[in-house]
Ligand binder design. Structure first.
Ligand SMILES: [Zn+2]
Ligand SMILES: [Zn+2]
Length: 402
């Protein structure tokens, strides 16, 4: 990996649109994969040092937590404490774009906009360090490994909320499906919980010419796969939506040998404990039962990796209010906004501390994780303003005349 080089726009302590864009482009050029965000964390640490905001690094790997206490806070008190979180990591995708700020790291790219999220959080840090006359404390959480690495959970296992208590946590994510600067909010689940499912069908294989003398694991596995989809359609109430996708299927090596074992795996996405319980309690029995009826056996492993992302009502109302105050368009379930079936590890933080995860529309023709995707710089100012307004509402920042 190349060195990220000299870059210190925060020396000017400005949050002009140009400097936000410059920071975003710099971060985009030097993306790093989950738990390898060393240069990225060093860049964040540099910026926080320049802003004179104390921080601790190395939390849950490359994570950083910075803390800014308002000057209007009563002596020896912290006041209300709120946290804002961003992700540090990029994806194993080769960047096909040829714009000047394209990725300089072969095979790695910020295709989820975490470069933009980091920039917005640094913009908030810059803004609050210059407008510090608030009553309370703001924490800035820079989290590793959102993309499948559960970095949020790792930070929590490293004592995130014990070492740095918070009463509310907030995180935005850019959202290509919404128009630029439209804020998408909803109380309750906004992103699905994710489960992995792994199935292994084992029996006695044999010659392809004599299936009657053995058990045909491939044929059994295909029946199981079809019955699993029937299960999703017939056993789950329509009020508890869930999807199952088997995405990998492996077994057999020759055209005349019935293999002893066939394996397949995939993902389940759902929004609540009812669907999770039905699937976990009943689906393994169905799978094992089908295998048994053909004289084979099956092993089933269903494991949660990210819980549903659930926003608390008061924090969500506060985000909507902040968006209204700034004159931004707000999308809600009443205007047709729907939760996403994808998952998000901020869900772990929301299980412990009430808060809100919300979307900031960015438009564009490419969705998240698409090779051509790029964060829309035009939403950077709104992102910073939105975070600042959320902080103002949550902490009632004292206005002072200058
Ligand atoms: Zn992503
Ligand atoms: Zn993301």
């Amino acid at each position: 990996m190349q060195n990220s080089g000299q870059f210190a726009p925060f020396e000017r302590l400005t949050i002009s649109n140009q400097s936000l864009e410059a920071i975003r482009h710099h971060l985009h050029q030097y993306p790093e994969l989950r738990y390898e965000e060393k240069q990225t964390a060093a860049f964040i640490a540099d910026a926080l040092n320049t802003l004179n905001i104390p921080f601790e690094a190395g939390i849950g790997g490359t994570g950083i937590v910075a803390t800014l206490r308002g000057t209007a806070t009563a002596q020896n008190e912290t006041g209300t404490i709120i946290g804002f979180r961003t992700e540090l990591d990029a994806l194993p995708i080769t960047e096909p774009n040829d714009f000047p700020h394209r990725s300089r790291h072969q095979g790695v790219k910020h295709a989820c906009g975490h470069d933009g999220h980091m920039t917005i959080l640094l913009g908030l840090a810059a803004y609050l360090s210059e407008n510090r006359d608030f009553d309370g404390t703001v924490r800035f959480i820079f989290q590793p490994a959102e993309e499948g690495g559960a970095g949020a959970k790792r930070m929590m296992e490293d004592g995130l909320f014990q070492r740095f208590p918070m009463q509310h946590v907030f995180s935005l994510h850019n959202w290509p499906e919404l128009a630029p600067n439209t804020v998408g909010v909803m109380t309750g689940p906004i992103m699905a919980g994710g489960y992995t499912i792994e199935v292994s069908v084992r029996g006695t294989g044999g010659h392809g010419a004599t299936p009657y003398a053995c058990t045909d694991q491939l044929n059994i596995a295909v029946q199981i796969l079809n019955q699993m989809q029937s299960f999703m359609a017939r056993r789950l109430p329509p009020f508890n939506p869930a999807v199952l996708s088997i995405t990998r299927f492996a077994g057999g090596e020759a055209n005349n040998v019935i293999p002893d074992e066939v394996r397949f795996d995939g993902t389940i996405r759902l929004f609540d404990a009812i669907a999770a319980k039905i699937i976990q309690d009943e689906m393994p029995d169905l799978i094992k039962g089908i295998a048994k009826s053909w004289g084979a056996e099956a092993d089933v492993r269903i494991e949660e990796y990210y819980p549903p992302t659930i926003s608390e009502k008061n924090a969500t109302d506060l985000v909507a209010q902040a968006a209204h105050n700034l004159g931004l368009a707000v999308a809600t379930p009443e205007t047709g906004l729907r939760p996403a079936m994808t998952s998000e590890d901020f869900s772990f933080m929301l299980q412990e501390v009430p808060g809100c995860y919300f979307w900031l529309g960015q438009g564009g023709e490419h969705g998240l994780h698409h090779p051509y995707y790029d964060f829309n710089d035009q939403i950077l100012p709104a992102g910073v303003a939105l975070y600042a307004e959320i902080a103002r509402l949550a902490l009632q920042i004292v206005k002072h005349q200058s």
